[in-house]
Structures are given as C-alpha cells and as structure tokens.
Ligand binder design. Structure first.
Ligand SMILES: *Cc1c(COP(=O)(O)O)cnc(C)c1O
Length: 372
C-alpha cells in the first residue's frame, strides 16, 4: 500500500481510507469477475443486491442497530433532510423543538419554519460562564437540565456535531424528553459507538465519515414511518423508501458501494470502539498542542470539543495566509476555516491516520518557532 503524499483535512467531502480507494480502483472496471463496473450495474441485479445487502448488514453490525429500525439509503444530503424530516414527521403536529448549537442547527431551524412552528428548546446564542471562564456564543452545548421541550412537539432535533463550530455532544442527551429525538449525525456518525435506541431518527450525508457525496443515510424507528404529510414527495417518503428496500427510485449505487467498502474497513480496524480510541488519541494530540501554546487558540468548552472538526485561530491573524502556504508546502491541505467563521479548521475524521495529525502538530510547532 503506497502512503498518501498529502494529508487532507477537508471538512467534506473528506479523505477516504487509502485501502478503500485502492480496492475500488482495482475493481473499477470489473467488479469481481462479472465484467461490469459497479457504476454500470442494474440496481436490481444480483450483483448490486449483494452489495447493498452486505453494506446494510455491516452497518447494522457496526452500530448495533436494533431490528425495529430501518436503514435507508437516500439522496439529498443533510441539507435536504432539513425539509425531508418535517415532511415525514409532521402529520398531526404543528411544532417541533430544536437545540440551537450553531450554524448547522440554525439551518435546520430556518428550514423547518416552512413546515411548522419552531420551538427553541435551548440556545447557545449567548455567551456563558462556566467554571469561572466566559465562553463565546456557540462555544458550548446548552446544559440539558435547562432544555424546555413541549410535550406536544412532533420531535426534538439536535445536531450531534457542529462541523463548522467544532462543538459536539460528548454523549446523547441522558434525559427522556417524551418526544422522539432526531439527530443530524452528518459529521460524527461511525466515529464512535452510539446508542441508536435513544433516537427516533438519525440522518447524515455520507461525505464526511462514510463515503462519497450523493448518499444520505437515514436510520429511523418503525414507529415514525407513518407520519408523513400528504405533500411529501414519494421518493423522500420514509415508508415508501423503507418498503422498497431503498429502491423506490434508483439509489446512488456507486456511493453505496464505496460506503460498503468503508464499513468493511471499519470492521477490520476493530469496529467503533477501536476507532473511538484512535479518534480520541488524534483529537487529544491536536487540542493539547493548541492548548499548550499562546500562539494558537481553540474557543470551545473542553468537554464539548469535537473529536472530528478542530477549529483554531492564530493569535496574530495577519499570519493566516503564510500559515496555510507553509502547510501546503508540507502536503497539509484544506486547513482554511469555514468562510463564515474564518481562522483554521482541521477535520480529522475516521480516515485520517494518527500520522496525519502528527504531521499537522509538527507544522504547528515549527510555525510557532519561526513566527511566535
Ligand atoms: C455537511 C453537513 C450538512 C450538509 O450536508 P449536505 O450534504 O451539504 O447537504 C448538514 N449537517 C451537518 C452537521 C454537516 O456537517
């Protein structure tokens, strides 16, 4: 296996495991002797049926998904789910509750306004004092004890990992709020074990931790399959998609195939407990380096820091361009922060090896030595 020549810290689409890309390359023209590329196969043929069934079984095994949940392979990404979720869950309801943790939760809330009345159960939009330190807006998760969730809400929505802000739930909420819990898991799914039974619905775009853009994963409890509004498009109706084995319309076949290879790679790594240990080691190395320096800063409450997306700033922001140029010269790519927040961001999803984070840490230390 040839080592990659660059380390790609993109927030998404993001790097994939090198061995998965090599496997896909090797069977690109002829999938296991059938003479066809996966891209050319009928989605209803025996070859692709085997691919999608294996992918689902492997995903169920990795996440220990209970039998009363359906796994749906859909399209539209996390952003489309902001509409598809209410279209599927609002029959007989007028409002839903939301925890406002940042930019992605905010987008979900704004889109929901087309389908019902928004109830903000809690928001991190104000600065807050914790352990004697003042944290800026959206640098923390609002304490669960103060969430206000009306009993008549259709559901409670949270974003488990704010990809831009770098703030994340350490664990799913412990309280039972009496309404189904819906979570955007686009940038955290499969980074660690997750108790699926705590949720009514999980959704996420694939391009961070699962595979190529174009595939959206939905994991939904059986009890939520019959609450769709009449106007819900059939191709996005969870009941219709579930009853047709994600084949009501043509699913994103090649993306599902790559996701299946990623699931097998994850199993070879030792599953989600092993990948969590690696992800924690990577994140600790990076945060420890940032915290040990006055030259760099990460603004997030330590207990709520994401292990997937690590935003940071240089105290002297006039050095930003030089920092990025030097990083690029060492093969460290895509470290520029999201345009809405500036600064830097290192996304270190499952596929980023420890060696990539070590290379970034070397750059951080060398750059500080030269310009600090
Ligand atoms: C990337 C991301 C999305 C958007 O995904 P699209 O595929 O662009 O629709 C939504 N939510 C979160 C948390 C994300 O990280």
């Amino acid at each position: 296996m040839s080592p990659p020549t660059v380390w790609n810290f993109s927030a998404g689409p993001a790097m994939l495991p090198q061995s998965v890309l090599e496997e896909a390359a090797a069977e690109m023209l002829d999938w296991r002797g059938c003479g066809m590329s996966v891209m050319e196969m009928s989605h209803r043929g025996p070859e692709f049926t085997q691919i999608i069934e294996t992918a689902e079984a492997d995903l169920r095994g990795l996440l220990a998904i209970p039998d009363d949940y359906r796994v749906l392979f859909m399209q539209g990404g996390g952003v489309a789910e902001n509409a598809i979720v209410p279209l599927n869950l609002m029959r007989g309801f007028t409002r839903a509750a939301f925890v406002d943790t940042g930019i992605w939760a905010g987008k979900t809330i704004r889109e929901f306004g087309k389908y019902g009345n928004v109830h903000v159960a809690a928001t991190a939009s104000q600065a807050c004092e914790l352990d004697g330190r003042v944290y800026q807006p959206y640098a923390y998760i609002p304490p669960e004890s103060a969430w206000d969730v009306p009993a008549e809400a259709a559901y409670l929505h949270i974003c488990l990992n704010e990809t831009i802000g770098g703030v994340a739930f350490a664990e799913p909420p412990a309280r039972d709020f009496g309404v189904p819990l819906v979570a955007d898991v686009s940038s955290t799914i499969l980074s660690r074990p997750l108790d699926v039974s705590r949720f009514g619905l999980l959704y996420g775009g694939a391009q961070k931790n699962i595979g190529p853009a174009g595939l959206t994963l939905v994991i939904v409890h059986d009890s939520l399959l019959d609450r769709a509004l009449d106007v819900c498009p059939s191709a996005f109706n969870y009941r219709t998609v579930a009853d047709n084995g994600s084949m009501y319309n043509t699913p994103p076949t090649y993306a599902i195939y790559i996701a299946g290879l990623v699931f097998q790679w994850l199993k070879r790594q030792g599953g989600l407990t092993a990948i969590r240990a690696l992800n924690q080691a990577k994140a600790r190395l990076l945060y420890d380096t940032l915290d040990a320096s006055d030259f760099y800063a990460n603004p997030i409450v330590p207990a709520h820091r994401s292990t997937m997306n690590v935003p940071f700033r240089l105290r002297d922001e006039s050095l930003n361009e030089l920092f990025l140029t030097r990083a690029q010269q060492r093969g460290l790519l895509q470290l520029k922060g999201h345009k809405s927040v500036g600064g830097m961001r290192a996304s270190i999803y499952n596929a980023m090896p420890l060696a990539g984070v070590q290379a970034l840490v070397e750059h951080l230390c060398d750059f500080e030595k030269d310009f600090g």
